[in-house]
Design a binder for this molecule. Structure first.
Ligand SMILES: CC(C)(COP(=O)(O)OP(=O)(O)OC[C@H]1O[C@@H](n2cnc3c(N)ncnc32)[C@H](O)[C@@H]1OP(=O)(O)O)[C@@H](O)C(=O)NCCC(=O)NCCS
Length: 295
């Protein structure tokens, strides 16, 4: 690829990367969309702002994990990744539509993977794009199909829930312990980012602990617990909290997380499949629902 350079991302690249990622994922969602799935949407102002903040967060914590592909015309792709404990995570990875399938993605992913060369484990959320799935398979990631639940919650099915409370920064040590138990790596600084962006709820009883960040597009942006009963309690709280007059979504459900399907079915949501959890050197975390980029 004459004229292509792969270079470290800088804070000045972030706004252009945000536009490129919105364009790339909208094109992908339109290409892969199926009837009865949530309709493809361009990212709104709030989503763009959050994307920029999240990528700036990665640039601060992991400047060596964030790479840009550039041609004479300017940036044409990027990959952002980060390391927590002994796990490498891929946050975002896009090549401009129209330029995909020419090898740009391969060189970008190789650069990002270098950042995790000392890591025992790897984790990423793969889209259903066959090009992405091929790249991850070739990089040694096992691909675990993911499901999602969507629809209007049957409010009459919501059980009485207790032992769930508002969380705060003072729960971060507890949350990091739950992360280590479920996915082998604490979120560390990512909790600060998540706590700025989302409401967090916590359940901490003598038999089980867990937390969930509540979002708007996803009822639970990220959820982790030490047992299924605690996870189900947190997910029910997230569903009960969602607006009654709108469809809700529960994303990134792997087969290892049947407890989430039990809850979704009881709430009369529809079950569909989309994308994969890509894992290297680890089993699918459970009870666990990940956030696409922060995993
Ligand atoms: C995923 C993505 C970043 C990869 O970048 P890319 O520049 O397209 O990747 P490459 O060209 O290096 O690799 C694509 C591979 O898929 C192959 N490929 C191309 N078209 C394909 C198709 N329709 N079906 C299956 N494989 C295909 C290519 O031949 C190549 O494999 P090879 O290296 O063995 O020849 C890019 O395609 C993209 O932005 N997709 C949309 C957004 C997305 O899904 N991002 C990943 C989020 S998890």
């Amino acid at each position: 690829m004459p004229g292509l350079i792969i270079r470290p991302m800088t804070p000045e690249d972030v706004p252009a990367a945000e536009r490129l990622s919105d364009e790339g994922f909208y094109e992908l969602d339109t290409r892969m969309s199926r009837p009865s799935w949530p309709a493809p949407e361009r990212r709104g102002d709030r989503g763009s702002e959050r994307w920029v903040e999240r990528t700036q967060h990665f640039l601060r914590t992991d400047p060596g994990g964030c790479w840009v592909a550039e041609e004479e015309t300017g940036p044409v792709g990027f990959a952002t990744s980060f390391v927590r404990d002994t796990t490498w995570f891929l946050a975002t990875y896009v090549v401009r539509p129209g330029l995909q399938g020419r090898g740009i993605g391969r060189t970008l992913l190789e650069a990002a993977l270098q950042h995790g060369r000392g890591c025992l484990h790897g984790m990423l959320a793969a889209s259903s794009d066959p090009k992405a799935v091929r790249r991850y398979h070739l990089a040694g990631f096992a691909l675990h199909p993911q499901m999602f639940l969507t629809g209007r919650v049957d409010r009459s099915a919501i059980p009485a829930i207790d032992r769930v409370r508002e969380g705060s920064a003072s729960d971060t040590d507890l949350m990091n312990s739950v992360d280590r138990q479920t996915r082998g790596a604490a979120r560390g600084p990512d909790h600060e980012f998540l706590q700025r962006a989302f409401r967090v709820i916590v359940s901490d009883t003598p038999t089980g602990s867990g937390y969930a960040y509540l979002g708007d597009k996803a009822a639970a942006v990220a959820l982790a617990a030490t047992n299924r009963r605690t996870a189900a309690r947190l997910l029910w709280t997230a569903l009960a909290d969602a607006p009654a007059d709108k469809d809700v979504n529960v994303f990134h459900v792997t087969a290892a997380n049947q407890w989430a399907i039990d809850v979704g079915m009881a709430a009369r949501l529809e079950l569909h499949q989309d994308g994969y959890l890509g894992l290297r050197g680890m089993k699918p975390p459970t009870p666990y629902l990940h956030d696409g980029a922060l995993l």
